[in-house]
Design a protein around this ligand. Structure first.
Ligand SMILES: *Cc1c(COP(=O)(O)O)cnc(C)c1O
Length: 463
């Protein structure tokens, strides 16, 4: 194991010299130095200066079970000793792969009974993209290949997944999107709803799907992909009218639904899957993150009987990853699912923790700078705004105020992320009521310090 005996500045210098960070302005970070996280337990991180930080983001939306579960470490060590690796390409399988596939099929709703394993959520969405196109081609419809997705959706960082995603900053680098992907607008009522009621707006945004299908031609559209609740886009919760209307449209045109459950899956929304919470019936679910609570990298495409049957009977599916169903990752995921189930963590998150967090989170809405407190299960967001009645943005560039708030959170030993000027949380599902109290206390303090800073810096201006 790597131990940390060096002073923080020395570790930061090595990091700056050699480590390129994801989604980061490298030079800027290198000049300032990254915070070095050295250990974690429960919902707390410890850094190299000994600070204890409440992790309101469960790592990166993934440590559902909380940090420090010895059982997962033991299972990993045992599996490494017994069978550290074997592939599943050439007519072989292994116990962790088949056991985990069966367990996932039991947990997944409806006829989602088949699992294709991947190394991550991005990999899983690349799998899904190829799978839905192959599904139609195998039935004599090779031109039915466009996948519709949403602006400000997030589906990962590989060429396929980032193309499916609707992050314009990502599309601007590296020649994206790839062909055959079309985007529609997101159901974000607070920012884009204008004078419509949320219900009217939900229907209007869903009907953009219908308009796009008509424009492209239903015989050319393979699938629609969406997160049940957008995560990286800012925890955008669609109006209640949205998903029922989407369901109607998909059924009408015989278009597959891929639910990207990478964040929502495995308890985040208070049920095992976000599709259950939001009333969706997907043909494929993308999962990763919470599947192993982040203790090992693994993703799973969970596939319906209908799709699996066509793919299985169409000869070789020419797709796969060396680490598909990696035995160590699969064993860790299985142990994670056992604990989530047997300790009633998912059930408690939905029935007890979510309502408690909701009351506290909505309480932050009493602050003069906070509007649109939104929460589903244990994922929540709020808008920082200079005028909540008008749902106004700040005049400063989006993210200016959000970044100040994130820094104030960090300074108060709370990890809360910002997306533009929205603040978001997604804490470990095991967070206790007293830890939620502390989270809300620190969040209020950080928001209030941000408010002071915004006033002092002359940023309290409406767009
Ligand atoms: C994180 C995420 C992904 C990508 O998963 P990686 O494991 O980072 O590749 C895909 N979809 C959603 C909704 C995500 O939040």
């Amino acid at each position: 194991m790597l131990t940390n005996h060096a002073p923080t500045a020395e570790l930061q210098a090595i990091d700056a010299a050699h480590h390129m960070h994801p989604f980061t302005a490298g030079a800027e970070l290198n000049a300032k130095g990254a915070r070095v996280i050295t250990r974690a337990n429960g919902v707390y991180l410890t850094d190299s200066d000994g600070n204890e930080i409440l992790d309101g983001m469960a790592g990166l939306w993934c440590v559902n079970i909380g940090y420090g579960r010895e059982e997962l470490a033991d299972v990993a060590a045992q599996q490494m000793r017994q069978l550290p690796f074997y592939n599943t390409f050439f007519q072989t399988t292994h116990i962790p792969a088949l056991t985990l596939a069966k367990r996932i099929a039991e947990l997944a709703p409806g006829d989602l009974n088949h699992v294709f394993f991947n190394g991550s959520g991005s990999d899983a969405n690349d799998t899904n993209l190829r799978m839905v196109r192959h599904f139609w081609a195998a039935q004599g419809k090779p031109e039915k290949q466009v996948v519709i997705s949403r602006w400000n959706g997030y589906h990962g960082s590989t060429m396929g997944a980032a193309s499916l995603g609707g992050m314009k900053g990502m599309h601007a680098q590296g020649g994206l999107p790839i062909p055959g992907i079309a985007h529609i607008n997101q159901p974000d009522w607070w920012s884009e709803g204008g004078d419509m009621t949320p219900e009217e707006f939900g229907i209007a945004r869903a009907r953009e799907l219908e308009a796009k299908i008509e424009e492209i031609g239903a015989d050319k559209v393979a699938a629609f992909i969406a997160e049940p609740v957008q995560g990286a886009g800012g925890v955008i919760v669609p109006p209640d009218s949205y998903w029922p209307e989407i369901n109607r449209i998909l059924a009408k045109y015989d278009i597959l639904l891929i639910a990207d459950e990478v964040i929502c899956g495995f308890g985040r929304t208070g049920n095992w899957f976000g599709s259950q919470t939001m009333g969706m019936t997907p043909d494929i679910m993308t999962t990763a993150k919470g599947l192993s609570s982040g203790y090992a990298p693994i993703g799973a495409s969970i596939v319906s009987d209908r799709v699996a049957q066509v793919i299985n009977e169409a000869g070789d599916f020419n797709h796969g990853y060396t680490y598909s169903a990696h035995p160590v990752a699969a064993a860790v995921a299985l142990e994670n699912l056992r604990i989530l189930d047997e300790e009633g963590i998912v059930e408690r998150a939905g029935k007890v923790t979510a309502p408690y967090l909701k009351a506290k989170w909505e309480g932050l809405g009493d602050h003069p700078m906070v509007g649109d407190t939104k929460i589903v299960g244990l994922m929540a967001s709020l808008a920082l705004t200079p005028n909540k009645d008008r749902r106004a943005n700040f005049a400063a560039d989006a993210g200016t105020v959000g970044l100040i708030c994130r820094e104030r959170c960090f300074a108060n030993n709370l990890v809360m992320r910002h997306v533009g000027d929205r603040m978001i949380i997604s804490p470990p599902l095991v967070i206790s009521e007293s830890e939620i109290d502390l989270l809300a206390e620190r969040a209020w303090k950080a928001i209030d310090e941000t408010y002071q800073a915004v006033r002092e810096q002359g940023l309290w201006q409406e767009a």
